[in-house]
Design a protein around this ligand. Sequence first.
Ligand SMILES: [Ca+2]
Length: 339
Amino acid sequence: MAKVSMAIAALGVTLLLVAGAWAQTPKKKNLPKSQKGACCEEVRSLKVQVANLSSILEELGRKQETDLLTVVRQVMELDKQNRQQEARVTEAESKYSEINNRVEILQLQGAQSITQTSSDVMYDCASLYAKNYRISGEYKLPKDDFLRTPELTVFCDMETNGGGWTVIQRRRVGLTTFDRDWKQYKKGFGTVRGDFWLGNEHIYRLTQQATVLRIEMEDWAGDTRYAEYGSFSLSNELNSYKLLLSNYSGNAGDSLRYHNNTYFSTKDKDHDKCVDDCAALRKGGYWYNCCTDSNLNGVYYRRGEHSPRTDGINWYGWHGSSYSMKRVEMKIRPHSFRP
Ligand SMILES: [Ca+2]
């Protein structure tokens, strides 16, 4: 734009000079013919110069516009590149923090396997919490010859209501079937980061000390409820992992009470209190009575097909007997736990 202004100024000055020259030209009448011709020649040449200057100006103007457009395009391109760079940086940052988080957990696990001794209390998420492991996630509890406990991968919830929870069951993804046999329920199945059952033998062992059970659930509208039992334990396998629980609190309703004092049943072992085969009807392994007030190991149904389903993940106290939950987590911690 500055160039245009300068060119306009230059044109102005030229025009003034032309006018001045015109004014200074002696205006005598009857000029000699030769002088008259010279004057007209001068005017013509000036006119030509003015015309040339105008066309140069026009040309300059067009060039300026083109340059300006090019600059605008370049700026826009730079801005776009800048935004892309920013997005890449953000992505890199989040990846870094994720990796960092994993490293932290691994370091904690490393520290844990070095400092442990057999005289320690039973290993679970609460004992990890007591040793200052405060990040929720996957932990490997070591094998312990003294306590005769095997190595066990667990998922610890170190946040909910003070933390220290060992998760024993989760339904969230829906790709792992829970319609399994006795052996699988005994040993456990699935992956602790996704859907899983920790295993009746492990749950039996972990509930040898006074234990609290907390059940959290979410429906398909995104609402959440919980049920907590101040006392929870399983009998051993000889007693078919019989459920013993009491002392309900929460806002989901007490839909496990009906299952208290019942044996664990699977599709290949019917220990329920019914003529029917509840495990086959409800398609899971559970402490079936005749048959259910809740069916947390039932079939995972997705949004739109979750109701009405009597073999779904039901909890009568909240959504009745034919509504299947979107998410469930069962977790335990010692009664003596203090955050
Ligand atoms: Ca039966």
